[in-house]
Design a protein around this ligand. Structure first.
Ligand SMILES: Nc1nc2c(ncn2[C@@H]2O[C@H](COP(=O)(O)OP(=O)(O)OP(=O)(O)O)[C@@H](O)[C@H]2O)c(=O)[nH]1
Length: 395
């Protein structure tokens, strides 16, 4: 295998690392809510300086290239580990081990420079620290609690794992090899870790962009399915969720129940007390609805003051109890003004039968709601209205 020019290789690694670090730092200023990115950015700049000092070997004092460069490089990787740990929301125990490992590394570098001068052992010790830190990074990426797209997550973990392996092999080979006099003329044992570092910088850059992009997309998706005012699902959210609810029949031996709820005389609340109070009433009602349903149930802000509730796998009798609970809870909402009448809600309920789809269920619930309004409001009506009308007006 032809030897590469170590000075050029170290310059390239330093340059790449610097560009990536600065770019990531700019990205961090724009997207401050991604924890750990700033540390990864600073760590890349540290690594760039560390390798840059190796590039300047022979042109700067020897102790700077031999000691300082290794310390900056290993410290940079420890910082990178901290950044990744924060980004992946992982336990920081391994970061602390890597940080503490900098002390014996420093002592070993001092010893093998001033007392027993050995380039091989210095390089092997630094490689060992780098290999351990990169292995920790690999573990942290896999074990972190934050949810990320698995493909970039494992790509990044694999990159760190592979580079860590090259560092361990390098440390092992260096201990057995003849003592080096000129680092810049070192052979492939040194060149491969440099190339693998280039690979790591590139893998980290595109995997991080990929990971961050995944998180951004998910947060936009999550926002797009929620109503701004109440944080309940909106119509788009309903379309997404109902597919799961209506198709997953194996887990739901009991039918789906649909409730259509509408705040009574809401226009007069707006007219009398203003739209801001009206908005607050909508929020209060949505909170009561959320509090009365199970975690599996889906509450949707269907229109202005209309709410749709989907109760999968629910017997009609239970749904009726829930509807009554909601109606009572809404009626007991504390009033915003002295001369405000109690807030009330009318509810139409329909149950899924053979051949029913969600549209027909909603139509049925809507008819029952219309009947509830006709019956005097503040009541629950179960579809089909003609035969099973239940009128429970609040006393
Ligand atoms: N404050 C506020 N008002 C809204 C919002 N969305 C819709 N509205 C108002 O809600 C009112 C709904 O009025 P109507 O459909 O006449 O119904 P209602 O007055 O509740 O009468 P019934 O339903 O028959 O009891 C309209 O005045 C809408 O402008 C909203 O987000 N905030």
């Amino acid at each position: 295998m032809p030897d590469l020019d170590m000075r050029t290789v170290s310059f390239l690694v330093s340059f790449l690392s610097f560009i990536f670090g600065v770019g990531l730092l700019f990205f961090h200023f724009e997207q401050k809510n991604f924890k750990g990115i700033n540390l990864v950015a600073i760590s890349q700049i540290c690594m760039s300086i560390g390798i840059g000092l190796i590039f300047l070997l022979g042109k700067i004092p020897m102790w700077v290239s031999a000691l300082l460069s290794n310390m900056i490089l290993c410290g940079g990787f420890t910082l990178c580990l901290y950044g990744i740990c924060q980004y992946r929301d992982a336990c920081s125990r391994l970061c602390k081990i890597s940080l503490l490992g900098l002390i014996p590394l420093f002592l070993a570098l001092l010893y093998f420079y001033f007392i027993e001068n050995s380039l091989n052992t210095r390089a092997a010790t630094a490689s060992l620290h780098l290999g351990i830190t990169q292995l920790f990074a690999c573990i942290v990426i896999v074990k972190g609690k934050a949810f990320d797209n698995p493909l970039p997550q494992y790509t990044l973990a694999l990159a760190f794992g592979l580079v860590s392996l090259t560092m361990f092999i390098r440390a092992l080979l260096l201990i057995q090899a003849d003592e080096l006099n000129q680092y810049i003329q070192a052979g492939w044992v040194h060149q491969i870790p440099y190339l693998s570092s280039m690979f790591l910088i590139m893998a980290t850059s595109f995997s991080l962009v990929w990971l961050v992009n995944g998180r951004l997309t998910r947060s936009v998706e999550a926002l797009s399915i929620r109503d701004n005012l109440t944080s309940l699902y909106n119509r788009r959210g309903m379309d997404k969720l109902t597919n799961q609810i209506t198709t997953d029949k194996s887990k739901q031996p009991l039918p789906l129940v649909v409730m259509m709820c509408d705040i009574d005389h809401f226009k007069s609340i707006n007219d009398q007390f203003g739209h801001l109070v009206g908005d607050q009433v909508i929020v209060n009602v949505s909170e009561q609805i959320q509090a009365c349903v199970r975690v599996n149930d889906v509450a949707i802000r269907y229109g202005g003051e209309e709410f749709l509730i989907l109760l999968p796998n629910t017997p009609l009798a239970n749904a009726h109890i829930v509807a009554e609970r909601i109606r009572n809870a809404v009626y007991n909402i504390p009033l915003h003004h002295q001369n405000m009448s109690p807030i009330s809600i009318s509810i139409g309920v329909s149950q899924q039968h053979k051949g029913d789809n969600l549209d027909s269920l909603i139509r049925e619930a809507d008819k029952a709601l219309y009947q509830a309004k006709k019956n005097g409001r503040n009541c629950v009506v179960i579809a089909p209205c003609e035969c099973e009308e239940i009128r429970l007006k609040h006393a």
